[in-house]
Ligand binder design. Structure first.
Ligand SMILES: Nc1nc2c(ncn2[C@@H]2O[C@H](COP(=O)(O)OP(=O)(O)OP(=O)(O)O)[C@@H](O)[C@H]2O)c(=O)[nH]1
Ligand SMILES: [Mg+2]
Length: 214
């Protein structure tokens, strides 16, 4: 019974997600569903991308948190269109919440929409929001074994970014071990390493993304 109810929730969500994707396609907006654990560096990464891509791509952001406008305020201060969703205890976004946010986003004025999902490596993986790319951000301080522990997340994404590489001198983290763990679950997703703070490695990620937008 539980399985059937979950299947029906997910299938209703998928229908709305497909409509979201169609809307985004019709307005030529490419959308990333950015997922990571709390504090991994999602907002800092978005702001670093905006600085790097400014002038080449017009970005918009949907922020999701259980409470507060902290992240939306940071993004707004950088001059980007942003909408904050508070999930009020919910551990992930769903497609209808994104539909409502899209109604107030200036879609004609943006090329790239980033959805910062709720900080969480578990339930966010299960919900299609209508994005074009599911991206997981892992950070050096979290350790190089995370793909083993969160196979659903690392298996479902089409790209992986390891951030906070500037902390490598202080924290035991092996890029080889991380790649080995990831490849056992997801052989194909491109893997990037960067520091959103120093900007090192941001180039390679941004060039890959720009090419993908075509
Ligand atoms: N050293 C270093 N610190 C970073 C980097 N990126 C983010 N941080 C720091 O990590 C902390 C969390 O960053 P946020 O960008 O707020 O992380 P988040 O994933 O958006 O956090 P939530 O939205 O609360 O889940 C902040 O203190 C950032 O300054 C990085 O590349 N290097
Ligand atoms: Mg954040």
């Amino acid at each position: 019974m539980k399985v059937r109810i979950l299947e029906s929730i997910l299938s209703a969500n998928d229908g709305v997600a497909t409509a979201n994707r169609r809307l985004l396609d019709s307005r030529a907006v490419y959308c990333i569903n950015l997922m990571a654990s709390p504090g991994a560096g999602k907002t800092t990464f978005i702001l670093a991308m905006a600085r790097h891509l400014g002038g080449r791509l017009r970005m918009g952001v949907i922020e999701a948190d259980l409470a507060s406008r902290v992240d939306a305020d940071k993004v707004a201060a950088a001059g980007l269109p942003v909408l904050q969703i508070n999930t009020d205890g919910g551990c992930h976004l769903n497609a209808p919440q994104v539909t409502a946010a899209l109604e107030t986003m200036p879609l004609d004025d943006i090329d790239l929409l980033i959805i910062e999902n709720v900080g969480n490596l578990v339930c966010t993986a299960g919900y299609d929001l209508g994005e074009h790319l599911k991206l997981v951000l892992a950070s050096v301080p979290e350790g190089d074994d995370k793909p083993y522990k969160y196979p659903n997340m690392f298996g479902v994404v089409q790209a992986v970014v390891v951030t906070k590489t500037d902390l490598k001198p202080y924290i035991p983290f092996s890029s080889t071990e991380f790649a080995k763990a990831l490849r056992g679950i997801n052989p194909d997703a491109p893997l990037f390493e960067l520091s959103a703070t120093t900007g090192e490695g941001l180039d390679r990620w941004c060039e890959w993304l720009v090419k993908r937008l075509g």
